[in-house]
Write a protein of this length. Sequence first.
Length: 235
Amino acid sequence: MSRPILKVDSVDTHYGPSHILYDVSLEVNEGDVVALVGRNGAGKTTTLRSIMSLTPPTNGTVRFRDSEMQGLTPHEVRRKGVSWVPEDRRVFPNLTVEENIALAANVEETKFHDDVFDRFPRLDERREQLAGTMSGGEQQMLAIARAMVGPTPDLLMLDEPSEGLAPQIVDDVMDTVRELNEDGTTILLVEQNAEMALDIADYAYVLETGRIVHESPAAELLAEREIMESYLGVH
């Protein structure tokens, strides 16, 4: 039986005086894809930022592999084995694909991460291309590839990977997410396209105005049409 790799317990998070997350608790089991879904402004990105210590919680605890994450810098969280692909991708547009990936690699390692190009053949074809000249889907692939180099992540957090992409490209990105999970990477997926996220997830949490309002196996949530309509706007 799989065990939790990540435990978020009773987390409150503020942006200055604004209270964003209220008593948020969730778990991610090792080897699973867990979807965190909700409408815009529900607090999904803030949850990821709290886990990554970019916006540290004001109350509650975040534990990863039995280690408390409070007080760590984002860099230290990454070295613990948590990697994050932000919503807006944040590739370096004036650097090549290869330069973007090299910057993300562990500087202590002498061998360049050619294995990442084996996993992302489209990027291999574009090693010398400036990242800013690539399509949105290719930039998303680059952002995911960059998150996989350096210390091998045990947990990959993806924030809205389908945003702004054409349907066919979304399918390609989701196929990549499935492949990463099949290869052993645990994934916490934030996605506004709830049906797509739940289709590949094992378990799901619904976030509404900073609070967890529902949790269940993903397949069960897909069948709960009333919840899907009330909290996610899916008809």
